[in-house]
Design a protein around this ligand. Sequence first.
Ligand SMILES: [Zn+2]
Length: 158
Amino acid sequence: MTEKLKLTIELVPASSWYNNLRSLLKKEMWDNLRKTVYAKCNYKCAICNSKGKLHCHEIWKYNDKKHIQKLVDLVALCTKCHWIKHIGLAGIHTSQERLSFEKLVKHFMKVNDCDRTTFEKHKSEAFKKWEERSRYEWTMDLSVYKNIEKHRTLGNGD
Ligand SMILES: [Zn+2]
């Protein structure tokens, strides 16, 4: 029911928290990559169009039969949209960094033009899925990144 939302929660399975492109790349490579991604998104949040501080978000598709997580895209997200994507972590950070959880919920409702009930429903669905997926080990498929990298290197001519 909540699949039509523009801004959704995408929790990375606990068994897979260290499976991400960012931690595999050297800082310089990651920095180059995220600059490419910000430019691709016209220096705006890919979800709510807001400008300001951007984060490079990895979009994964999970194959629940084969337990393969495939990187499908990299997008620029504003801080709020990015925290909503990882709202499980936001729960930890709200106490640490005083990032208001309520502010995030408001942002979610505004971007999706929905009410609190829709948020709560979507959140519990996302956590249910997360619990299920956290029971398995996941294999990463990074072919998308390899293509971007190849393209980028050729495009720069260096
Ligand atoms: Zn945003």
